[in-house]
Design a protein around this ligand. Structure first.
Ligand code: BTN
Length: 329
């Protein structure tokens, strides 16, 4: 069973950053963080394994040689201002699934806006029972606990809202052209760069909590052979590395913005914004895969509940509320 990152490691990272240009003696770090000097050494080694560049040793003291791109709460929270989403952040170096952690925290009463982050997932979960490839320190593995005053029937709207927020955040943080495939896969050049898994705990008529899990492929230089044709990363597409912190901060801000659009103006408004940025909304030839088979169709917009309107090749018009949409090339 993984445990969240010790808050004192977060303090250590923060201390090194605030003293960015000077060497900080080991005993000073130990006393400020509240651990022994040998624990400081162990944690420095752990951070190095995660790619944090730190010069020095117990005798000389320690100095960061480069600002680290680690999703430490102390580096993210100050960037979020008044955002409710991210006011509480739980960080793991390694966990099975941030969605599982978030669901558990939600049952224990974690407040609206709690965010769970991991540098690595050993059992990242995807939609339709799939797994999510979660390479260490390369991606953003993030789950957000929401407690909306809505009924369970509103859950698809939340999912659509999250896809839209992620599209806007990725577009503005990278300048790359990001598409959304219904309901909420983000694609660049037709390959997937971000997936969203929404899970909830609810009674018949009341949502207790919704967990929105987002996996973003950020700095992967390569994808495993079985994913190469269908998945990509921001780095592969943009030809340069991106700051995961910067992308995550924008993501959390856009989630906050579109969450309020959803609450104040409804799913219909979110669906309209979604359709404006997706090539999948209208006139796209697709194949629909369901539990019982596959069929061809053309898309015809989103309805006010967020369902995808389609015209099947057999002439029937329907609203798609679940299933998998595939492009026909
Ligand atoms: C999809 O299949 O497209 C959804 C993928 C969702 C992956 C994210 S990574 C963070 C969170 N934790 C999980 O186990 N899954 C989601």
């Amino acid at each position: 069973m993984s445990r969240p990152t010790d808050r004192r490691i977060d303090k250590l990272i923060h201390l090194l950053i605030t003293n960015g240009t000077v060497v900080v003696p080991g005993p000073k770090i130990a006393s400020e963080v509240g651990v022994t000097r040998s624990t400081v050494w162990t944690w420095i080694q752990k951070l190095r394994l995660l790619g944090v560049e730190i010069k020095g040793n117990p005798a000389t003291g320690y100095q960061l040689t480069k600002l680290p791109d680690i999703l430490a709460p102390s580096l993210i929270r100050p960037e979020l201002g008044e955002n409710e989403i991210g006011r509480k952040i739980v960080h793991y170096f390694r966990t099975d699934s941030t969605n599982s952690n978030a669901l558990e925290l939600a049952t224990k009463g974690a407040p609206h806006g709690t965010v769970v982050l991991a540098e690595e997932q050993t059992a990242g979960r995807g939609r339709l029972g799939r797994t999510w490839y979660s390479e260490r320190s390369k991606g953003i593995y993030c789950s957000v606990i929401l407690r909306p005053p809505l009924s369970p029937a509103a859950a698809p709207g939340l999912s659509l809202m999250a896809g839209l927020a992620a599209q806007v955040a990725l577009n503005s943080s990278t300048g790359l052209s990001v598409d959304i495939r219904w309901p909420n896969d983000l694609l660049i050049n037709t390959r997937k760069v971000c997936g969203i898994l929404t899970e909830m705990s609810a009674e018949v008529d009341r949502l207790h909590a919704v967990v929105i899990g987002l996996g973003i492929n950020v700095n992967h230089t390569d994808m495993p052979p079985e994913l190469k044709g269908i998945a990509t990363s921001l780095r592969i597409e943009g030809g340069k590395p991106y700051s995961r912190i910067h992308v995550l901060v924008l993501l959390l801000k856009e989630l906050e913005r579109y969450y309020h659009v959803l609450l104040e103006r409804g799913t219909g408004e979110v669906a309209e914004c979604w359709a404006a940025v997706s090539t999948y909304a209208r006139g796209k030839r697709i194949r629909v895969r369901t539990g019982s088979g596959e069929y061809g169709a053309v898309t015809a917009g989103l309805d006010s509940t967020g369902a995808l309107r389609i015209r099947r090749d057999n002439g029937a018009e329907e609203s798609l509320v679940s299933g998998e949409v595939l492009e026909v090339k």
